[in-house]
Write a protein that binds this ligand. Structure first.
Ligand code: ACO
Ligand code: ACO
Length: 158
């Protein structure tokens, strides 16, 4: 699979027993408690360059024909270098190899960049989880100066 220029990293599965990179996961999710609700029941893939893990995504089976990207994150100093798009494509390939027909991803209603990337990659909004970020997190979350309230769920047929 092609790689963003100048980085030359590779996607690999997190090794059994390897430390879970919470620092990266916490870029995409607010609390360790929220992450722990899915991480032990998911496949974790990391993007590694020069022996350093700089990005991550997490896949969880959520239906008989459906798998969900529960978390996707790129270390801050490596953002906007196309690694996120590469990971979305990689997740889609993995989901297809595993025999799933659809891939799902959820994000906040104020998450403008994420909504841009996911829709550009072919995902379409198909559900809204009303008040998800109010009901499931102890503190208000803000993105782009807007409080997150609802989760938009996007799906791509693969
Ligand atoms: N508004 C709209 N588009 C933007 C913005 C913005 N504010 N900022 C950048 N973009 C565009 C860029 O122009 C580029 O688009 P283009 O390729 O058409 O030019 C694109 O967004 C960036 O693409 P990548 O470089 O592939 O993105 P990146 O490597 O930064 O990965 C990610 C995206 C994963 C969202 C990363 O920024 C990140 O880790 N953010 C913090 C964690 C996070 O929010 N994760 C997702 C939460 S949802 C979930 O985990 C299920
Ligand atoms: N992504 C995110 N934010 C952006 C972008 C972008 N691509 N481009 C500009 N912005 C931000 C600016 O930073 C600014 O935010 P800030 O005040 O927090 O810094 C804000 O958007 C711009 O605000 P205004 O200057 O008040 O916007 P404007 O006078 O351009 O009016 C409008 C907005 C009506 C959407 C205008 O751009 C327009 O006529 N667009 C074409 C017609 C249209 O789309 N109309 C709405 C269709 S829906 C309907 O009609 C019901």
């Amino acid at each position: 699979m092609d790689t963003p220029s100048n980085i030359n990293g590779k996607v690999r599965r997190l090794y059994p027993g390897e430390a879970i990179p919470y620092d990266l996961l916490l870029l995409a999710d607010e609390t360790e408690a929220a992450i722990n609700r899915y991480i032990y029941d998911s496949d974790v893939y990391v993007y590694e360059a020069q022996n350093e893990i700089i990005a991550i995504y997490v896949l969880q089976v959520t239906g008989s024909d459906e798998i969900e990207i529960k978390n996707i994150a790129v270390e801050k100093r490596h953002q906007n270098l196309s690694i996120g798009k590469l990971l979305l494509r990689d997740a889609e390939i993995k989901a297809k190899e595993k025999g799933f027909g659809s891939i799902i991803i959820g994000t906040g209603d104020a998450s403008i960049k994420q909504l841009y990337i996911y829709q550009k990659a072919g995902f379409e909004v198909f559900d809204i989880k009303k008040n998800f970020y109010i009901d499931n997190y102890p503190e208000p979350i803000f993105e782009n100066g807007i409080q997150l309230k609802h989760m938009l769920v996007l799906k791509k047929k693969i």
